[in-house]
Design a protein around this ligand. Structure first.
Ligand SMILES: [Fe+2]
Ligand SMILES: [Fe+2]
Length: 365
Protein backbone atom coordinates (compact mmCIF):
# COMPACT_ATOMS: atom_id res chain seq x y z
CA UNK A 1 0.00 0.00 0.00
CA UNK A 2 3.13 2.15 0.05
CA UNK A 3 2.53 5.66 -1.22
CA UNK A 4 -1.24 5.39 -1.42
CA UNK A 5 -3.01 7.42 1.25
CA UNK A 6 -4.28 5.01 3.85
CA UNK A 7 -7.94 5.23 4.67
CA UNK A 8 -8.46 4.36 8.29
CA UNK A 9 -11.87 4.97 9.68
CA UNK A 10 -10.58 5.78 13.13
CA UNK A 11 -8.18 8.47 11.94
CA UNK A 12 -10.83 9.75 9.58
CA UNK A 13 -13.40 10.29 12.28
CA UNK A 14 -10.82 11.31 14.84
CA UNK A 15 -12.34 8.92 17.29
CA UNK A 16 -10.54 6.78 19.77
CA UNK A 17 -12.95 3.89 19.24
CA UNK A 18 -11.97 0.81 17.29
CA UNK A 19 -14.71 0.07 14.85
CA UNK A 20 -15.95 -3.47 14.91
CA UNK A 21 -16.93 -5.19 11.70
CA UNK A 22 -18.97 -8.36 11.72
CA UNK A 23 -18.09 -10.54 8.74
CA UNK A 24 -20.46 -13.38 7.86
CA UNK A 25 -18.50 -15.50 5.36
CA UNK A 26 -17.93 -19.14 4.50
CA UNK A 27 -15.05 -18.86 2.09
CA UNK A 28 -11.66 -18.82 3.87
CA UNK A 29 -10.22 -16.65 1.11
CA UNK A 30 -12.90 -13.98 1.48
CA UNK A 31 -12.44 -14.11 5.24
CA UNK A 32 -8.70 -13.59 4.89
CA UNK A 33 -9.05 -10.72 2.43
CA UNK A 34 -11.50 -8.89 4.68
CA UNK A 35 -9.24 -9.34 7.69
CA UNK A 36 -6.14 -8.28 5.76
CA UNK A 37 -7.89 -5.19 4.46
CA UNK A 38 -9.23 -4.04 7.82
CA UNK A 39 -7.39 -5.41 10.85
CA UNK A 40 -4.03 -3.64 10.20
CA UNK A 41 -5.93 -0.36 9.97
CA UNK A 42 -7.46 -0.41 13.39
CA UNK A 43 -10.66 -2.33 12.77
CA UNK A 44 -11.78 -5.20 14.94
CA UNK A 45 -13.12 -7.97 12.71
CA UNK A 46 -15.36 -10.68 14.13
CA UNK A 47 -15.96 -13.58 11.76
CA UNK A 48 -18.99 -15.89 11.84
CA UNK A 49 -19.96 -18.55 9.31
CA UNK A 50 -23.72 -18.62 9.65
CA UNK A 51 -26.39 -15.99 8.95
CA UNK A 52 -28.40 -16.85 12.04
CA UNK A 53 -25.36 -16.39 14.26
CA UNK A 54 -24.66 -13.07 12.53
CA UNK A 55 -28.21 -11.91 13.24
CA UNK A 56 -27.89 -12.90 16.91
CA UNK A 57 -24.70 -10.86 17.15
CA UNK A 58 -26.38 -7.87 15.55
CA UNK A 59 -29.30 -8.09 17.94
CA UNK A 60 -27.07 -8.60 20.96
CA UNK A 61 -24.68 -6.23 22.68
CA UNK A 62 -22.26 -4.77 21.89
CA UNK A 63 -23.49 -4.29 18.35
CA UNK A 64 -21.09 -4.33 15.41
CA UNK A 65 -20.57 -0.98 13.72
CA UNK A 66 -20.92 -2.55 10.30
CA UNK A 67 -21.83 -5.93 8.77
CA UNK A 68 -20.25 -7.57 5.74
CA UNK A 69 -21.96 -10.72 4.52
CA UNK A 70 -21.63 -13.03 1.59
CA UNK A 71 -24.85 -13.55 -0.35
CA UNK A 72 -24.65 -17.33 0.05
CA UNK A 73 -24.27 -18.24 3.73
CA UNK A 74 -25.96 -21.03 5.70
CA UNK A 75 -29.36 -20.77 7.49
CA UNK A 76 -30.03 -17.05 7.01
CA UNK A 77 -28.71 -15.81 3.65
CA UNK A 78 -27.33 -12.38 2.92
CA UNK A 79 -30.63 -10.95 1.63
CA UNK A 80 -32.62 -12.26 4.58
CA UNK A 81 -30.02 -10.89 6.94
CA UNK A 82 -30.29 -7.48 5.24
CA UNK A 83 -34.08 -7.58 5.47
CA UNK A 84 -34.01 -8.48 9.16
CA UNK A 85 -31.57 -5.68 9.97
CA UNK A 86 -33.16 -2.99 7.84
CA UNK A 87 -36.68 -3.69 9.00
CA UNK A 88 -35.76 -3.23 12.64
CA UNK A 89 -35.77 0.44 13.63
CA UNK A 90 -33.13 -0.25 16.30
CA UNK A 91 -30.77 -2.01 13.89
CA UNK A 92 -31.44 -0.22 10.62
CA UNK A 93 -28.65 2.31 11.23
CA UNK A 94 -26.01 -0.45 10.99
CA UNK A 95 -24.53 -0.44 7.47
CA UNK A 96 -24.61 -3.75 5.60
CA UNK A 97 -22.36 -4.68 2.67
CA UNK A 98 -23.06 -7.79 0.61
CA UNK A 99 -20.18 -9.67 -0.98
CA UNK A 100 -20.62 -11.89 -3.98
CA UNK A 101 -18.27 -13.35 -6.52
CA UNK A 102 -20.18 -12.52 -9.66
CA UNK A 103 -22.05 -9.51 -10.93
CA UNK A 104 -25.78 -10.15 -11.09
CA UNK A 105 -28.12 -7.23 -11.73
CA UNK A 106 -31.11 -9.04 -10.20
CA UNK A 107 -29.11 -9.62 -7.04
CA UNK A 108 -28.13 -6.02 -6.93
CA UNK A 109 -31.69 -4.72 -7.40
CA UNK A 110 -33.05 -7.16 -4.86
CA UNK A 111 -30.31 -6.12 -2.45
CA UNK A 112 -31.02 -2.42 -2.69
CA UNK A 113 -34.71 -3.18 -2.40
CA UNK A 114 -34.20 -4.82 0.98
CA UNK A 115 -31.90 -2.01 2.12
CA UNK A 116 -28.38 -3.29 1.44
CA UNK A 117 -26.03 -0.30 1.69
CA UNK A 118 -23.40 -1.48 -0.75
CA UNK A 119 -22.21 -4.39 -2.92
CA UNK A 120 -18.69 -5.65 -3.32
CA UNK A 121 -17.57 -8.16 -5.93
CA UNK A 122 -15.00 -10.72 -5.13
CA UNK A 123 -12.07 -10.61 -5.71
CA UNK A 124 -12.04 -7.07 -4.39
CA UNK A 125 -9.26 -4.59 -4.06
CA UNK A 126 -8.47 -4.19 -0.38
CA UNK A 127 -8.27 -0.43 -0.74
CA UNK A 128 -11.72 -0.32 -2.24
CA UNK A 129 -13.12 -2.47 0.53
CA UNK A 130 -11.59 -0.19 3.15
CA UNK A 131 -12.79 2.95 1.40
CA UNK A 132 -16.38 1.66 1.20
CA UNK A 133 -16.36 0.56 4.82
CA UNK A 134 -14.89 3.86 5.92
CA UNK A 135 -17.40 5.95 4.01
CA UNK A 136 -20.36 3.93 5.31
CA UNK A 137 -19.10 4.32 8.87
CA UNK A 138 -18.60 8.02 8.35
CA UNK A 139 -22.18 8.39 7.15
CA UNK A 140 -23.44 6.40 10.09
CA UNK A 141 -21.39 8.50 12.47
CA UNK A 142 -22.74 11.80 11.15
CA UNK A 143 -26.27 10.48 11.10
CA UNK A 144 -26.00 9.31 14.70
CA UNK A 145 -24.49 12.60 15.79
CA UNK A 146 -27.25 14.54 14.05
CA UNK A 147 -29.87 12.36 15.68
CA UNK A 148 -28.45 12.83 19.13
CA UNK A 149 -28.06 16.58 18.65
CA UNK A 150 -31.65 16.73 17.50
CA UNK A 151 -32.80 14.76 20.53
CA UNK A 152 -30.78 17.04 22.77
CA UNK A 153 -32.34 20.15 21.21
CA UNK A 154 -35.85 18.66 21.39
CA UNK A 155 -35.35 17.95 25.07
CA UNK A 156 -34.05 21.48 25.65
CA UNK A 157 -37.08 22.96 23.89
CA UNK A 158 -39.42 20.76 25.93
CA UNK A 159 -37.71 21.81 29.15
CA UNK A 160 -37.82 25.53 28.31
CA UNK A 161 -41.45 25.23 27.23
CA UNK A 162 -42.36 23.60 30.54
CA UNK A 163 -40.57 26.39 32.42
CA UNK A 164 -42.36 29.05 30.41
CA UNK A 165 -45.71 27.33 30.91
CA UNK A 166 -45.12 27.25 34.63
CA UNK A 167 -44.17 30.95 34.75
CA UNK A 168 -47.14 31.83 32.58
CA UNK A 169 -49.60 29.89 34.72
CA UNK A 170 -48.14 31.51 37.83
CA UNK A 171 -48.59 34.95 36.32
CA UNK A 172 -52.14 34.14 35.22
CA UNK A 173 -53.21 32.92 38.62
CA UNK A 174 -51.56 35.92 40.34
CA UNK A 175 -53.49 38.29 38.09
CA UNK A 176 -56.67 36.30 38.59
CA UNK A 177 -56.13 36.51 42.33
CA UNK A 178 -55.64 40.29 42.15
CA UNK A 179 -58.81 40.52 40.06
CA UNK A 180 -60.77 38.53 42.65
CA UNK A 181 -59.45 40.59 45.57
CA UNK A 182 -60.50 43.80 43.93
CA UNK A 183 -63.80 42.64 42.50
CA UNK A 184 -65.40 40.69 45.32
CA UNK A 185 -68.47 40.00 43.17
CA UNK A 186 -66.58 37.99 40.56
CA UNK A 187 -67.36 34.65 42.18
CA UNK A 188 -67.31 31.70 39.83
CA UNK A 189 -67.93 33.98 36.84
CA UNK A 190 -64.28 33.69 35.78
CA UNK A 191 -64.34 29.93 36.05
CA UNK A 192 -67.55 29.51 34.09
CA UNK A 193 -66.57 31.94 31.32
CA UNK A 194 -63.31 30.01 30.92
CA UNK A 195 -65.13 26.70 30.65
CA UNK A 196 -67.80 28.08 28.29
CA UNK A 197 -65.04 29.53 26.12
CA UNK A 198 -63.27 26.20 25.84
CA UNK A 199 -66.47 24.37 24.92
CA UNK A 200 -67.36 27.03 22.34
CA UNK A 201 -63.82 27.11 20.90
CA UNK A 202 -63.91 23.33 20.42
CA UNK A 203 -67.35 23.60 18.85
CA UNK A 204 -65.85 26.13 16.40
CA UNK A 205 -63.39 23.42 15.34
CA UNK A 206 -60.29 24.67 17.13
CA UNK A 207 -57.93 21.95 18.25
CA UNK A 208 -57.42 21.05 21.90
CA UNK A 209 -54.30 23.16 22.21
CA UNK A 210 -55.90 26.40 21.00
CA UNK A 211 -59.13 25.74 22.87
CA UNK A 212 -57.08 25.29 26.02
CA UNK A 213 -55.24 28.58 25.43
CA UNK A 214 -58.52 30.41 25.04
CA UNK A 215 -59.83 28.74 28.18
CA UNK A 216 -56.71 29.77 30.11
CA UNK A 217 -56.72 33.39 29.02
CA UNK A 218 -60.49 33.78 29.22
CA UNK A 219 -60.00 33.80 32.97
CA UNK A 220 -58.28 37.17 32.54
CA UNK A 221 -60.95 38.78 30.37
CA UNK A 222 -61.98 41.22 33.11
CA UNK A 223 -58.57 41.64 34.75
CA UNK A 224 -58.60 45.33 33.77
CA UNK A 225 -61.27 45.90 36.42
CA UNK A 226 -58.31 46.19 38.78
CA UNK A 227 -57.98 49.69 37.34
CA UNK A 228 -61.58 50.76 38.09
CA UNK A 229 -62.57 52.83 41.11
CA UNK A 230 -64.51 50.98 43.81
CA UNK A 231 -67.57 53.21 43.62
CA UNK A 232 -68.16 51.91 40.09
CA UNK A 233 -67.01 48.34 40.57
CA UNK A 234 -69.00 47.77 43.76
CA UNK A 235 -72.03 49.89 42.96
CA UNK A 236 -75.42 48.33 43.63
CA UNK A 237 -77.83 48.79 40.78
CA UNK A 238 -77.39 50.21 37.29
CA UNK A 239 -74.50 52.45 36.34
CA UNK A 240 -75.05 56.02 35.11
CA UNK A 241 -73.94 56.68 31.52
CA UNK A 242 -70.79 58.40 32.79
CA UNK A 243 -69.99 55.49 35.09
CA UNK A 244 -70.59 53.07 32.23
CA UNK A 245 -68.07 54.98 30.10
CA UNK A 246 -65.58 54.49 32.91
CA UNK A 247 -66.50 50.80 33.20
CA UNK A 248 -65.76 50.30 29.49
CA UNK A 249 -62.13 51.16 30.17
CA UNK A 250 -61.56 47.81 31.88
CA UNK A 251 -60.94 46.38 28.40
CA UNK A 252 -58.07 48.79 27.67
CA UNK A 253 -56.68 48.53 31.21
CA UNK A 254 -56.66 44.74 30.90
CA UNK A 255 -55.04 44.82 27.49
CA UNK A 256 -52.28 47.14 28.68
CA UNK A 257 -51.65 45.09 31.77
CA UNK A 258 -51.32 41.83 29.81
CA UNK A 259 -49.29 43.42 27.04
CA UNK A 260 -46.85 44.91 29.54
CA UNK A 261 -46.63 41.59 31.36
CA UNK A 262 -45.53 40.04 28.05
CA UNK A 263 -48.60 37.78 27.79
CA UNK A 264 -49.26 36.44 24.34
CA UNK A 265 -51.57 38.11 21.86
CA UNK A 266 -54.45 35.73 22.46
CA UNK A 267 -54.62 36.96 26.07
CA UNK A 268 -54.36 40.61 25.03
CA UNK A 269 -57.07 40.22 22.37
CA UNK A 270 -59.48 38.63 24.83
CA UNK A 271 -59.05 41.41 27.38
CA UNK A 272 -59.29 44.17 24.78
CA UNK A 273 -62.07 42.87 22.54
CA UNK A 274 -64.45 40.77 24.60
CA UNK A 275 -67.08 43.53 24.46
CA UNK A 276 -66.89 44.07 20.71
CA UNK A 277 -70.03 43.17 18.74
CA UNK A 278 -70.31 41.43 15.36
CA UNK A 279 -72.30 44.43 14.00
CA UNK A 280 -69.58 46.88 15.03
CA UNK A 281 -71.58 48.44 17.87
CA UNK A 282 -69.41 47.13 20.68
CA UNK A 283 -66.44 48.67 22.48
CA UNK A 284 -63.69 49.76 22.83
CA UNK A 285 -62.84 49.89 19.10
CA UNK A 286 -66.16 49.15 17.39
CA UNK A 287 -64.56 46.34 15.34
CA UNK A 288 -67.00 44.37 13.21
CA UNK A 289 -67.28 40.78 11.96
CA UNK A 290 -64.01 38.94 11.55
CA UNK A 291 -62.03 42.04 12.45
CA UNK A 292 -62.74 40.86 15.97
CA UNK A 293 -60.23 38.12 16.84
CA UNK A 294 -61.94 34.74 17.12
CA UNK A 295 -60.77 34.25 20.70
CA UNK A 296 -62.52 37.50 21.69
CA UNK A 297 -65.73 36.54 19.84
CA UNK A 298 -65.74 33.23 21.70
CA UNK A 299 -65.21 34.77 25.13
CA UNK A 300 -67.81 37.49 24.37
CA UNK A 301 -70.50 34.85 23.91
CA UNK A 302 -69.42 32.90 26.99
CA UNK A 303 -69.38 36.14 29.02
CA UNK A 304 -72.86 37.23 27.93
CA UNK A 305 -74.32 33.75 28.36
CA UNK A 306 -73.01 33.76 31.92
CA UNK A 307 -74.32 37.28 32.58
CA UNK A 308 -77.76 36.21 31.37
CA UNK A 309 -77.98 32.97 33.31
CA UNK A 310 -76.74 34.27 36.68
CA UNK A 311 -78.26 36.63 39.17
CA UNK A 312 -76.77 40.11 39.40
CA UNK A 313 -77.41 42.87 41.92
CA UNK A 314 -79.79 44.52 39.45
CA UNK A 315 -81.49 41.48 37.86
CA UNK A 316 -82.57 37.87 38.30
CA UNK A 317 -80.97 34.84 36.62
CA UNK A 318 -82.53 33.85 33.28
CA UNK A 319 -83.27 30.14 32.66
CA UNK A 320 -81.10 28.50 29.99
CA UNK A 321 -83.97 28.20 27.48
CA UNK A 322 -84.62 31.95 27.61
CA UNK A 323 -80.91 32.80 27.43
CA UNK A 324 -80.61 30.49 24.43
CA UNK A 325 -83.53 32.20 22.70
CA UNK A 326 -81.98 35.58 23.38
CA UNK A 327 -78.57 34.55 22.02
CA UNK A 328 -80.06 33.03 18.86
CA UNK A 329 -81.81 36.36 18.24
CA UNK A 330 -78.49 38.16 18.56
CA UNK A 331 -76.76 36.08 15.84
CA UNK A 332 -75.25 38.47 13.31
CA UNK A 333 -75.99 41.41 15.62
CA UNK A 334 -74.06 40.96 18.82
CA UNK A 335 -72.49 37.61 17.95
CA UNK A 336 -70.72 35.81 15.13
CA UNK A 337 -73.56 33.78 13.51
CA UNK A 338 -71.29 30.71 13.10
CA UNK A 339 -70.48 30.90 16.78
CA UNK A 340 -74.18 31.03 17.63
CA UNK A 341 -74.69 27.86 15.54
CA UNK A 342 -71.86 26.24 17.47
CA UNK A 343 -73.43 27.43 20.72
CA UNK A 344 -76.71 25.71 19.84
CA UNK A 345 -74.84 22.48 19.11
CA UNK A 346 -73.11 22.32 22.49
CA UNK A 347 -75.76 23.88 24.73
CA UNK A 348 -76.05 20.74 26.85
CA UNK A 349 -72.37 20.96 27.73
CA UNK A 350 -72.76 24.64 28.62
CA UNK A 351 -75.67 23.88 30.95
CA UNK A 352 -73.52 21.18 32.53
CA UNK A 353 -70.73 23.72 33.17
CA UNK A 354 -73.18 26.19 34.71
CA UNK A 355 -74.37 23.47 37.11
CA UNK A 356 -70.85 22.42 38.03
CA UNK A 357 -69.72 25.94 38.90
CA UNK A 358 -73.01 27.27 40.19
CA UNK A 359 -72.95 29.96 42.87
CA UNK A 360 -74.62 33.18 43.93
CA UNK A 361 -72.75 35.25 41.38
CA UNK A 362 -73.52 38.93 41.39
CA UNK A 363 -70.63 40.07 39.19
CA UNK A 364 -71.04 42.48 36.33
CA UNK A 365 -69.70 43.16 32.79
FE1 LIG B 1 -65.73 42.55 30.63
FE1 LIG C 1 -67.04 39.19 32.40
Amino acid sequence: VGGIPIVTAAADLQLATRFSVLACVTSPRVEKEISDALVPFGYKVVVVHDGRVALERVKGEPKPDLVISEVEVPTVGGFELALAIKRDPHLRIIPLVLVTSFYNLDHKLKGFHVGVDDFLYYPFHELELRARVSSLLRLKHFYTRLQSEKEHLDELVRKRTRELDRLNLGLISALEGANRLKDSNTGNHIRRVSEYSRVLAEAMGLDGFDAHRIQTYASLHDVGKIGLPDHILKKDGKLTPAEFEEMKKHTVHGYELLRDAGMEEVAQNIALHHHERWDGRGYPHGLRGREIPLEARVVALGDVYDALTTRRSYKEAMPHADAREHILELAGKHFDPHLVDAFALVEDRLVEVSRTFDDADTGRA
